[in-house]
Ligand binder design. Sequence first.
Ligand code: AMP
Ligand code: MN
Ligand code: MN
Ligand code: MN
Length: 275
Amino acid sequence: MIDLHTHSTASDGVYGPGELVEKAAAEGLSALALTDHDSLDGLDEAAAAAKRLGIRFVPGIEIEISFAPGEFHLLGLDFSALRQPLVDAAAELALSRDERNRSVFDKLGELGLDLDYDEFKKEQGTGMIGRTHIADFMVRKGMARTKQDAFDRYLAKGRPYFVQKSCLQLERAVALIKESGGLALVAHPLSLFVSWTRMRALMGEWKYLGIDGIEAWHPTARVVDCERLEAMGREFGFRISAGSDYHGPSRPDRRLGRTAGSRPIDDRYLAALER
Ligand code: AMP
Ligand code: MN
Ligand code: MN
Ligand code: MN
């Protein structure tokens, strides 16, 4: 069993990078990719833990790309060495994320919530504050019943407290990933929220742009749709990846090493990383 899409406290996961690797090893995974949102901060710690525990570590990242109508997330996987342009871009993304978060906090002020964003960030103890942190906070303040409720009523795309953060253009993100020796794969393509006809057209564009593959398997998708994505991806000669998008116990719907339909992720998906 392996996992090619996970999050640590370097973004909105619950476990620290080393802890996450320990958990993966304890559960019998032979390879694990860490793909924190817009952040490379957890990679060194996770790599050291994986070395100690004798499992394969795949350094990665998950970057949000400008897109409508849905959400476009691009995975960078299996970097050979991090190069400065990617490191700089991650810092740039952290800044635009902070800016976005500040606007969300300003808007929440309208609801009578009086809290300084910098203070909040210090309390969270992570370099990357995401909407999940804000949703948790809204639950603690009694503004929402559950985290999902906070997203559904306030924070999801199209809701009143959604603020678009500035994202990278696809071409630039692909170039940054490749400069660091990584592979670029489109994460959970169904989140793009497009028809199958448009999906096929997009795949043609991705191929042209040098994208390496797609994450056909993701726990939010139905098995039949993952199979359809995998088949379509293979037609284009894409590498086919599978992940759990594990965040820890905060999202009990996701389990390490398991993907759509709770299926264990077979080692054969490591072929997506073969050079
Ligand atoms: P951010 O990168 O800060 O905009 O937050 C994105 C994260 O919020 C995603 O990785 C998910 O973990 C979570 N998220 C986004 N949309 C939703 C939603 N509609 N319901 C629940 N969680 C969501
Ligand atoms: Mn997340
Ligand atoms: Mn994602
Ligand atoms: Mn993810």
